[in-house]
Design a protein around this ligand. Structure first.
Ligand SMILES: *Cc1c(COP(=O)(O)O)cnc(C)c1O
Length: 417
């Protein structure tokens, strides 16, 4: 026993010990440290740096969902729909208020991000008749690009791609060059999934508006990691998922935002009974309800919506300013350690260097990234691989410690010897 305790002290270099000590001090001084206990514990020996793909479960979610099954569903049976019907809009309001800078009645929890992109891009294209171009960034998330390709083909529009640097994201000058009076809608990711590059939402929205087009923001990698002000940016439309930094679980429903003054101008393409004005009148013809509810389609996944609410409430309790500050400190520590320990072993930082210009993950490029991610995982450190040669270190401010970052970097160095 004594030997296993002593071994790391004898073999680790002074620099490693120093890094570990410093991380322990940062953890001790971290005002958000207490939030780590609000999550279900990890299996022994696991370091989890993939919350940007699948956030960890909250203890409270397990209780709330179990209670809803036992009581609302088990006892209340179908009568509970009186409570459930507008839950996606109530949780949408909480989410919008805590995380998006939107007004009540502008956000609803519904469907998946991909489906919501389809609904809103189709609606935006129809709202700009005569315009025949859709725009997105060349390095946008695959589903965004595929949905836009499909919409463009179906409607006979052209999809124009803004070139994007795979380390640093979209340059606003390139966006400006892609815009003209033919453009109906522009779909951009606020934080790039590969590099973590953060786009200036206000400036980009202004550029799109200068050309009379509508902008759709994909917030998947920024919601819950970066403060968002949709109202301040005058954003038109937005979507985002809830299973990354919102910790709502695999397949938890996404959300969508439509600015209040656009809601009655837009018509989404999937006319379902949950968007209908008098749902239970079972009318012969579709007449969408006023407001954000018309962007719903079918029966909402209530248990998933409850999980979204838990994730939103935890972030609201923590506050997005401290969450952002810690996210930046975590990726800054990762960048500093990567420069010192990993650059000599063939790694290169493939995210913006300035923490203000990136979200909450740091991407490293290495020719053997794919194998390194697998071998790291074999040793209990979970990160993820992204093409062509990238490893992402995801920092979730409420569940990731500074010690996690140091452990991941030092293990990676050991593997890349
Ligand atoms: C995760 C992610 C998605 C996921 O879409 P789903 O429909 O939930 O599978 C879409 N866009 C971006 C930018 C993402 O990061």
């Amino acid at each position: 026993m004594a030997w296993t305790r002593l071994a790391p002290v004898l073999t680790a270099s002074d620099a490693d010990e120093q890094a570990r000590r410093r991380a322990a001090e940062m953890d001790a001084a971290d005002p958000l440290a207490g939030f780590r206990d609000r999550f279900l514990p990890l299996p022994d020996g696991i370091v989890y740096l993939d919350g940007n793909s699948l956030g960890r479960p909250l203890r409270s979610t397990l209780e709330v969902v179990a209670a809803a099954i036992r009581e609302e569903w088990g006892q209340g049976l179908i009568g509970s729909w009186s409570e459930w019907t507008d839950l996606p809009r109530r949780v949408g309001d909480e989410l919008g208020n805590a995380l998006l800078g939107s007004a009540p009645g502008e956000v609803v929890v519904a469907d998946s991000t991909s489906v919501n992109i389809y609904k809103l891009v189709m609606a935006a294209a129809a709202a700009r008749p005569g315009r025949d171009v859709l725009v997105t960034e060349a390095d946008n998330f695959p589903s965004d690009r595929y949905v836009l390709q499909g919409v463009a083909q179906r409607l006979g529009l052209t999809l124009r791609l803004v070139p994007a640097d795979i380390d640093n994201g979209v340059d606003l000058a390139d966006l400006a060059a892609a815009l003209d009076e033919r453009v109906a809608a522009v779909c951009l990711s606020h934080v790039g999934y590969r590099s973590g590059a953060l786009v200036d939402m206000r400036a980009a929205t202004q550029l799109v508006h200068d050309h009379g087009a509508l902008v759709l923001w994909d917030l998947c990698h920024s919601v819950g990691s970066v403060p968002i002000d949709l109202t301040g940016a005058r954003a038109d439309l937005a979507v985002g998922c809830t299973y990354k930094y919102l910790n709502a679980g695999p397949g938890a429903p996404a959300f969508l935002y439509v600015r209040r003054d656009l809601q009655e101008q837009l018509s989404q393409p999937i006319w379902g009974w949950f968007g209908q004005a008098d749902q239970f009148e079972m009318d012969d013809t579709y007449a969408p309800m006023p407001g954000i509810g018309r962007f719903q389609v079918g029966t909402p996944p209530i248990l998933g919506v409850l999980a979204v609410r838990e994730g939103v409430r935890l972030l609201a309790e923590a506050g997005m300013e401290p969450v952002r500050a810690k996210g930046q400190a975590l990726t800054a520590l990762a960048a500093e350690l990567a420069d010192r320990h990993l650059a000599p072993r063939g790694f290169r930082i493939a995210s913006p260097r300035d923490a203000d210009q990136r979200g909450s993950h740091l991407t490293l490029a290495h020719p053997e990234a794919r194998q390194l991610v697998r071998r790291l995982a074999d040793g209990g450190v979970i990160t993820d691989f992204r093409t062509p040669d990238r490893l992402r270190l995801g920092a979730s401010a409420l569940s990731t410690s500074f010690t996690d970052i140091v452990e991941a970097v030092l293990r990676l160095r050991g593997l890349a010897l």
